[in-house]
Design a protein around this ligand. Structure first.
Ligand code: SAH
Length: 213
């Protein structure tokens, strides 16, 4: 199959799995996932599977990226914070929907590679930094949307504090050491509302910046 057929097959599969937001489907279609995976996995880039990236991390399954992005309900005027840049794929998808994307990664080598990809694709509304995402990005807060792409034992307080009123956060929270559930947090004038979404499997959210390898 050529690339256009592989793309069409993925988009069809996402629709069949219930993704309805055309803006999300279009953002996925326009983001060349083959640029975000290692050469050895390029032929699987348009499959609906998670794939390994450097430093023992993973690029999420396209369905999960689409689902989380749809649940995040990003509007064009919004500023979005992502914790866990990884390959940069999720940030690239978000950058087509938001005004600005702030993305944080604890592995410097991953962040540098992701940055090169953003530059290559001309995605200049993404700012990326190597830092501990559990602390958020206080100078740029509050954020309209926050997405965490690593699994947390509990929702970091700093991230709740940096969510704007009316804002939404999507985060995988551990139910057992291996399995998590996506939780959608909405900040209301009275406090925080929580809604449980899909069960998922993500790599863990770690504390602190990784040591150079
Ligand atoms: N969103 C990524 C996939 C992320 S995998 C993509 O689209 O490719 C999860 C990432 O979270 C890993 O790269 C891991 O290093 C990072 N991570 C884990 N704990 C972190 C923390 N405290 N701060 C920042 N990044 C963290």
């Amino acid at each position: 199959m050529n690339k256009d057929d592989l793309k069409a097959r993925l988009i069809l599969s996402l629709r069949q799995q219930g993704i309805r937001d055309m803006r999300v489907l279009e953002a996925i279609e326009k983001t060349p996932r083959e640029l975000f995976v290692a050469d050895a996995f390029k032929d699987q880039a348009w499959d609906d599977t998670a794939l390994p990236i450097e430093s023992g991390q993973t690029i999420s399954q396209p369905y999960i990226v689409a689902y989380m992005t749809e649940q995040l309900d990003v509007q064009p005027n919004m500023r979005v914070l992502e914790i866990g840049t990884g390959s940069g794929y999720q940030a690239a998808v978000l950058s087509r929907l938001a005004r600005r994307v702030y993305t944080m990664e604890r592995h410097r080598n991953l962040l540098n590679k992701a940055r090169e990809r953003f530059e290559k694709l001309g995605l200049n509304n993404i700012v990326a930094r190597t830092a501990d995402g559990e602390k958020g990005w206080p100078e740029a807060a509050p954020f309209d949307r926050i997405i965490v792409t690593a699994a947390a034992a509990s929702i970091p307080k700093a991230l709740l504090a940096q969510l704007a009123e009316g804002g939404i956060m999507i985060i995988p929270v551990n139910e057992t050491p291996m399995y998590q559930r996506l939780v959608k947090v909405t900040r209301t004038p009275e406090g925080f509302e929580r809604e449980k979404l899909l069960p998922v499997r993500f790599v863990p959210l770690m504390t602190g910046v990784a040591r150079a390898q």
